[in-house]
Write a protein that binds this ligand. Sequence first.
Ligand code: DSN
Length: 465
Amino acid sequence: MSSQLLNGNLWDTDPELYDLIKKEKSRQHAGLEMIASENFTSIPVLQCLSTCLHNKYSEGMPHQRYYGGNEYIDEIELLAQKRSLEAYRLNADEWGVNVQPYSGSPANFAVYTGIVEPHGRIMGLDLPDGGHLTHGFFTATKKISATSMFFESMPYKVDPKTGLIDYDKLAETARLFKPRLIIAGISCYSRCLDYKRFRQIADENGAYLMADMAHISGLVAAGVIPSPFEYCDIVTTTTHKTLRGPRAGVIFFRKGVRSVKANGTKVMYDLENKINQAVFPGLQGGPHNHAIAAIATAMKQATSAEFVEYQKQVIKNAQRLCEGLKSRGYAIATGGTDVHLALVDMRSAGLTGAPAERVLELCSIACNKNTVPGDKSALHPSGIRLGTPALTTRGLKETDIDRVVDFIDKALKIAQEVTKVSGPKLADFNKAIEENAEFKSKIENLKEQVENYSRSFPLPGFEKY
Ligand code: DSN
């Protein structure tokens, strides 16, 4: 390979790929990004991700590596650990942390591998009710997630009438199922979790309690919603959602005294080795050191006053979004939000999730179709999930969200017109748009307005990267 290929700039050495990256950058700049799990990370995080740290292998833990040359990598990982504990105000005598998981799914799988024996029992919120695949998802005909293939999973549900987690039912099922681990975590649930109640249920059954705070970890770091740390044994997170860091995962685990027996004997936590060894050598190879450095700088940012203001604004924007949509007749699951996301029941507009998502995408508003409480199938969801972390990073405030609501409403009204012609099937919906010049023109017109509006807000890294 010539030195030109090794040392040239990407735009000279691979213009074909560079052109695709530029197109994606323009798309991000021109669109309204409302996927609740996405965000725009900071320039320092992007800078860490493109450093020479990427080159280094460092299996093992700091000062106990299987390769040489890790003196600075050790310091970086120890800094990432220290800052992760600081970001959540944790005492290093009571909590340890592993910053090596590649992302949230491997982090969750590592916890189960470490502390739940093969085919041991776990309980998580069912995916159609707002849980995550890795909380043990399976269907009547298929084990979908590996967490339901290698562990025995029993879901808990929301009350279909209120959309709220049915803690009484969870308690009743847990008494029968006797799980080894209960997971308090969500990927689409707009209310704060009752960690105290989860703890009581876990204690009643001798189970570990793990929070998967991936969606809300920025809000927790900022102290603007209740923290899971007071009640949980283990907390996992991704670092790229509300936290706004790199794509990576982190596992926090308790250390020290777990309980005291009636005779005064202390029972100690033994999570540290089990979890560290499950991450490596159990499931992963070399840690991604560029991502670990980026975690370190993201966790530093998470302790700033600016970050707290940002997270407050994320919630204000989500609440304004709910109010705006409700005032235009859309039903919001649970009636509103405490966090960064809203779940809109599209049946209130005579639609389902798929055409709603599609028309918004055609108008450069990104979101995802999602099940709503009571939906029978995750493949045909009735709602859409909308989030405010990414828009808030770009500087949108409540009055800007009013404008966003207006765009969403206009797009959904176009979807209503189209479904009158096409019926509910997505293929027919797409065909009806393709074949109807009036629909196409309305969509093009709205897309142009959305894109002009979106481009008026900055995007971190837009000028530099
Ligand atoms: N895919 C993420 C979400 O959208 O919630 C979670 O992994």
